[in-house]
Design a protein around this ligand. Sequence first.
Ligand code: ATP
Ligand code: MG
Length: 557
Amino acid sequence: MIANEEKSLNFLEEILEEDIRANKNGGAVLTRFPPEPNGYLHIGHAKSICLNFGIAQRYNGKTNLRFDDTNPVTEDTEYVESIKEDIKWLGFEWANEFYASDYFDTLYDFAVKLIEKGLAYVDDSSAEEIARLKGTPTEPGQPSVYRSRSVEENLRLFAEMKAGNYADGEKVLRAKIDLASPNMHMRDPIMYRIKHAHHHRTGDKWCIYPMYDFAHGQSDAIEHITHSICTLEFIPHRPLYDWFIEKLEIFPSKQYEFARLNLNYTVTSKRKLLQLVNEGFVSGWDDPRMPTISALRRRGYTPASIRDFCDRIGIAKRENVIDVSLLEFCIREDLNKTAWRRMAVLDPVKLVITNYPEDKTEVLHGENNPEAEDGDGYREIPFSRELWIEREDFMEHPPKKFFRLGPGLMVRLKHAYIIKCEDFVKDEHDMVTEIRATYIPESKSGQDTSGIHVKGTIHWVSVPHAKTAEIRLYDRLFSVEDPGSEERDFKEYINPQSLNVLPAAYIEPDLEHAANRGYQFIRKGYFTLDKDSQPGKLVFNRTVTLKDTWAKETKKA
Ligand code: ATP
Ligand code: MG
């Protein structure tokens, strides 16, 4: 891929270009995407994926997929599979599939090497004691009595830790760095802890597991990762990242940091998403209201729209909050170009065309997508005397600029004729049950000789030909901009209107064979078939409305 020349380089691209110019690492670019398999990927991960894979593609490099599976307790193979599916779906290919757990033997040897160099020691202090002795950012830490153990004793104890001679928490292995460092991460950080737990890949082979800081950089070095890109909260870890690599004398991978994606009206912490799933606030990780990749896919988002979103938000060194309406804008843009147009009546009322023969059916034609040059083909639409139309398209007492139906008003039926409303019927609850109209036979779309001009066009579905479908309308899952902020319980801000199920909408018969693609239900939004659909019982998800309805709300307010 060639860099987009109209756009200026982001700071990471500048670093890469400089490194390539200087022939650093022989000009090689190798990045990695390192998910922890403890949940499903979300839109924030998509940003990291697009960045890591995108930048490697741009500079003829490669990207490894590395599962950061050093914490046996929270990890699961189900998550591994979903992560792979999501990355592929987004359109990226990894050069290698690796697991940090594959390096457990090497990491153990690295630890032994540091002990031998006098740069690591076994500490028997409790977690509380270690924390107490660590000092505070303004006060230096104090050494524990175990800090001066001999190399031989440390080697023996570390081997015993590995052999399972000690219980969880009884001992840790720490790097011996600087207890007075202003950077708390450098005050003899823990490298290994004892955890008698089953691991999803290594089983019961290990009862000691490396900490993030003693696994990530070392895994990068083992794979010869040139640019290890992570989020800003790892800036204070960087000196430690460099220290381990320097002391171990291994491949000099370098860490770079960028601002994570924060989206308003959304939570992206995996811990919180897991709570939503486990406590039944949503139907699962792929509930279409979730910010996970699998939920966005089910909702009808396309890979191209998510890549476009990640491209538009760009890469920065400072945290900010992105408006979720930008994500919605991106999917609207994409679907406008690709979605097939169909008619669906979500809140139906019957329209009878009194001068149209009772037993007649006409087959009309509608382009799949008028935005496409060739219309992207067309479908057949049956037309008859009785039609379903949208209840909101009729008003008994219409105001002046209402260009739809009301007594005496004229409107065009999409792809069909101009009609004139003559009359209507109400039931005992004052509810309109039927609208009666006449049609102008010379006004057929595409061959209109009537000379009549009307301002409004409405959609419809022929009553005897209509199919029914369940339609699920989604709104934002949270009703406040920052549900994830520290001082609130995010579950108290769930939008009670986030799911609205219409059990029986009427849809064009052609949709009975709906494909797994985007549809625009004319005037109603973009929709896609849900996986809950069965033959004879179709279910559609609304991907996004046609316009940004929230922008209107804000303006009104
Ligand atoms: P969470 O805090 O939701 O559990 P995490 O950072 O622990 O997320 P990982 O599986 O470790 O999740 O993330 C894999 C990669 O994705 C990491 O490099 C991480 O920095 C990146 N990442 C995670 N969340 C975001 C985000 N919101 N924006 C950008 N990158 C992210
Ligand atoms: Mg993480």
